[in-house]
Write a protein that binds this ligand. Sequence first.
Ligand code: RP5
Length: 161
Amino acid sequence: MIKAEIRIVMGSESDWAVMKEASALLKEMNIPHESVVYSAHRTPEELFSYMEEAEQNGTRIYIAAAGMAAHLPGVMASKTILPILGVPMASGALQGVDALLSIVQMPPGIPVGTLGIGASGAKNAALLAVSILALENATYSEKLREFRKKQKEKVLSARLT
Ligand code: RP5
């Protein structure tokens, strides 16, 4: 297993189409991370073993993405005191509203920080993870400032025809 502070865990390979946006952003910022698939209800034992190994290998924050009943972020939060950022996936008949409500409505005591549904949530989870780590990492603060600068320039350079 690679050493990485950020781990992206998703409940199904079908979530990767969206979660690759979070991974791409971290890659663009040159931030070591790992993306894996483990399901809270289909592979619970393997999920817990993975978390144990991940935490021996430098993990400081998890991004957990799931759709439908979306237990994954909450179940992961039950097993660790590291921060969990939950991203609801727009899968199933309710297109992510079910996952959003499930992830955001954690009963008091075991928190999950919840982002928006889909790609915007995935990207914001990556940025928020870097912000949290940047509290103690000046290089990451610099990367975030650079990201914001580029984003601002892009907005200001928009030319409409
Ligand atoms: C959840 O159920 C996954 O996170 C995924 O969003 C959804 C559907 O999973 P698949 O049927 O595509 O494996 O567990």
